[in-house]
Design a protein around this ligand. Sequence first.
Ligand code: ADP
Ligand code: MG
Length: 335
Amino acid sequence: MAFHFKRAARENVSLLIGLAGGTGSGKTYTAMRLASGISAGKPFAVIDTEAGRAKHYGDQFAFDHGDLKPPFRPDAYADAIKAADEAGYPVIVVDSVSHVWAGDGGCLDWQDDELDRMAGDDWKKREACRMAAWIKPKMGHKSMVQKLLQVRAHLILCFRAEPKIEMVRGKDGKMEVIAKQSLTGLDGWIPVCEKNLPFELTISFLLMAQNPGIPHPIKLQEQHRALFPLNKLINEESGKRLAAWASGATKPAAADSTQPPEAASPESERRPSAAVTYITPNEAIALETWATSLGAVRKFKRDFQVEMFSHITVARHDEAKKWLAAAQDIVKGAV
Ligand SMILES: Nc1ncnc2c1ncn2[C@@H]1O[C@H](COP(=O)(O)OP(=O)(O)O)[C@@H](O)[C@H]1O
Ligand SMILES: [Mg+2]
């Protein structure tokens, strides 16, 4: 049978946006600002696993609210999302998706239930059954992700994130504790979820409680960068422009320079201005990985006066690489 190619054109992409952070980092509020912008004022759906906390914002945003209660099995999530999609909401916020992993009755609990069923109190047998006990929860989770990828609506997923550390050997040969490196998190903040889920996201940010709503990109492709200035609160405008991109507009419009800047927190005021260009997320990851291998993460950040590797500007990229090369020479010399 003949196989045909036709010129690819982007059309109606369903967005899958991730917002990760600790308590008070702005996950719920930012999800609602983005959802309002994407839905262009139409009501959106919020699936709330946090005992109705999303309703606190009921007077500020137009949304319909549904409580998702324990046990937080993947099926329950898939059903709730499917119901919202079939009801025709343009955007669905899930706050939070961490419960399907680590919440009451989530996949971790499910594996434990499986162990109880297979081995009861026989600890030796439990150890032997550990992998087998993962089969059902992992399959359940996979099937939920498959369903989630077929949703027509745009999805905004909130993730609880936790600070994690790891031990690495420093240049003096001693072990030191540093923020855990991860492709799915940032600066030691790791989203609580199944480890592959973050790779399905179109865009994801870490939010921090010191400056809630300010984006720290975990995954932000070049084509979306103009929509999320790093020193400005994520707002409805970002959502609007993202929706335009997803519907097939050729290029995302750059952030509107005529728009008055959002009131930024004092922390964000110390940040570089939006006019400067930052290195790409991949370049930031490369620098961070290099610095980590040298045990020089903290010193690098101190010397360059940045909180994160993604705050290195294009203009300072070469300088950063030279700094790391020099550090590498010193480390090698020390061995
Ligand atoms: N994008 C944002 N724009 C403006 N204010 C924000 C933004 N994100 C968070 N905030 C502020 O931070 C507060 C806490 O945010 P919230 O979303 O409830 O945190 P979380 O859900 O992470 O616990 C909000 O009530 C709001 O005042
Ligand atoms: Mg919240």
